[in-house]
Ligand binder design. Structure first.
Ligand SMILES: [Zn+2]
Length: 201
């Protein structure tokens, strides 16, 4: 597995491209409440756990906001925020960092866990909270129920997200992208609207 995924610009660009695709698709479908045109109204984000070795301005820009829209229709004007693979909802750390740190027990080595936590200055309590997130929130998602139905061997929720990461194919980068894409509806409160996003990856 790639040790330096978190400092590999290609990986960061790939995650952004996925979000761009999800965002374009969301905008093309119009307001989920009234069907009218959506105008761009992105959220500013200041994620932690990124850019440790990155100084590329283009990437800094790509991780400084989350895609979001506002309905153009008077009387509606509601906000529509598509799922994202870069961020895990409102959590300040990037989604893939949270996956990696929590999956270490099953996917990578404990030494690597310590290194990552140290590198990103992640407190132990935060990791405990993240573990609860995997166990409780993720297992409520339709995606999870579907995944449980497709695999011959059931995934133990105590072993999330490492077990899930192990079920996808490809290198660590591909596995992470697939996992983040699959769980992305959990990143928005309007998740029931986004279950059918048909992505090309
Ligand atoms: Zn609307």
């Amino acid at each position: 597995m790639c040790h330096d995924l978190h400092s590999d610009p290609v990986f960061y660009h790939a995650l952004f491209d996925l979000d761009q695709e999800i965002s374009d698709l969301t905008q093309s479908q119009g307001c989920i409440f009234c069907g009218e045109t959506l105008h761009v109204s992105n959220y500013e984000r200041r994620p932690r756990g990124a850019f440790v070795n990155l100084s590329e301005p283009q990437l800094k820009h790509k991780y400084s906001f989350r895609f979001s829209f506002c309905c153009s229709q008077d009387g509606c004007r509601r906000r529509v925020t598509p799922p994202t693979v870069r961020f895990l909802g409102r959590k300040v750390y990037l989604g893939f960092i949270i996956v990696l740190v929590c999956a270490l027990k099953h996917g990578l080595t404990p030494r690597r866990a310590l290194l990552l936590c140290g590198e990103f200055n992640i407190p132990r309590q935060t990791i405990t909270r993240w573990r609860r997130f995997w166990c409780h929130q993720l297992t409520q998602m339709p995606f999870w129920k579907k995944a449980q139905g497709t695999h011959a061997v059931a995934i133990q929720k105590e072993e999330l997200p490492g077990e899930l990461l192990g079920r996808f194919t490809g290198g660590l980068s591909e596995r992470l992208q697939q996992l983040l894409k699959n769980i992305s509806p959990v990143t928005c409160t309007q998740q029931r609207h986004f279950l059918d996003l048909n992505l090309h990856h």
